[in-house]
Design a protein around this ligand. Structure first.
Ligand code: S3P
Length: 169
């Protein structure tokens, strides 16, 4: 059944945010919006190119702006894994919509995303380095989340159904 409120899906790269968002949209009949897609539309280039041409801080500025623009969007909103790095973004997430953290064991994350060249922050990184990045970010995800779901051993469909059940969609 369509919802009248919206939520943010947060979590580390490879946790399944985008796929879960789409599956949840499909089973609940709600729209879905991906903030990374919006960033790419706004910049008219891929995230990889934004990082290469303008650097991470420019990407983060754009990401924060797009996050703020989503305040009135009624949808399942999927975010990039680093959106929580900025304190103001965390405050914004906590006070605007329900936030669901898709938690995933960093080793499983690494096996899913490997050294994905399309993800500028992890290309050329080892499993250990990715694990450290995850550890640094974990408190931020926890701080924002109204609900955390451990997705390590769940399929995309199972995660979507669990959110549907827990959020009473
Ligand atoms: C990032 C995650 C990416 C994307 C960008 C930076 C991060 O999104 O926003 O490459 O800092 O974790 P996904 O989490 O969808 O891969």
């Amino acid at each position: 059944m369509p919802i009248n409120e919206s939520l943010y899906l947060i979590g580390f790269m490879g946790a399944g945010k985008t796929s879960v968002g789409r599956a949840l949209a499909f089973i609940t009949g709600n729209p879905v919006m991906d903030l990374d897609d919006r960033v790419e539309e706004e910049a008219n280039m891929s995230i990889r190119d934004i990082f290469e041409k303008y650097g991470e801080s420019y990407f983060r500025e754009l990401e924060s702006k797009i996050l703020r623009d989503s305040i009135h969007t009624k949808a399942i909103i999927t975010t990039g894994g680093g959106v929580v790095l900025n304190r103001q973004n965390r405050e914004f997430l906590k006070k605007t919509k329900r936030v669901i953290f898709l938690k995933c064991d960093p080793e499983v994350t690494f096996s899913r995303i490997g050294a994905d060249p399309l993800r500028p922050l992890i290309k050329n990184k080892t499993a250990k380095e990715i694990g450290e990045m995850y550890k640094e970010r974990l408190p931020y995800y926890m701080e924002c989340a109204a609900l955390s779901i451990d997705t390590t051993h769940l399929s995309i469909d199972e995660i979507a159904k669990q959110i549907q059940k827990e959020m009473n969609f």
